[in-house]
Design a protein around this ligand. Sequence first.
Ligand SMILES: [Fe+2]
Length: 174
Amino acid sequence: MQRVTLVDVFKHRITQKYLQRSGIHHAVTVAGHAFDLALKAEVDPDLATKAALLHDMGHYEWYRDGKWDYEEYRKHDIHAIKGAERAHKLLIRLGEDRLVAKEVSLAVLLHTDSYLPFELEGKRTKLQEVVRKADEIDEQPLGMHHYKKMDKSVAIQLLNELDQKVEVILDDQV
Ligand SMILES: [Fe+2]
């Protein structure tokens, strides 16, 4: 089966719709960090980069007086739940292997515990921990990392480079 690439995932209309909210810059940057961390942790870089790219696709905008009210947003936040469902649906539509789709979806669901009444510290799998850490590296106070800009063409170029790096690793494992 041919691999569903990060560029395939990125170009899909579902991704385009939902990544605008949380920011393309953040998604692509976290995917890059996830690749590096996956190599160190001996985690599948295909799963790690896909989960990282999609980890915030459940975000919605919370505006008050024309500005995104971050504190108000946090109170109502279930973005990881929405993101996990969207990521799964998207990957299945793209023809992704069902086990891969589930693993990626779970890594999206558990990349944060900010919406849960308990902590996930020490409970995540290696893949889930890679995605959490990759996200943390790019995080800025008050969610400012969601506002950084990146052109779609630049994002595609960076993801294409990342796809090639992932494929080198996967080819080595065969
Ligand atoms: Fe994030």
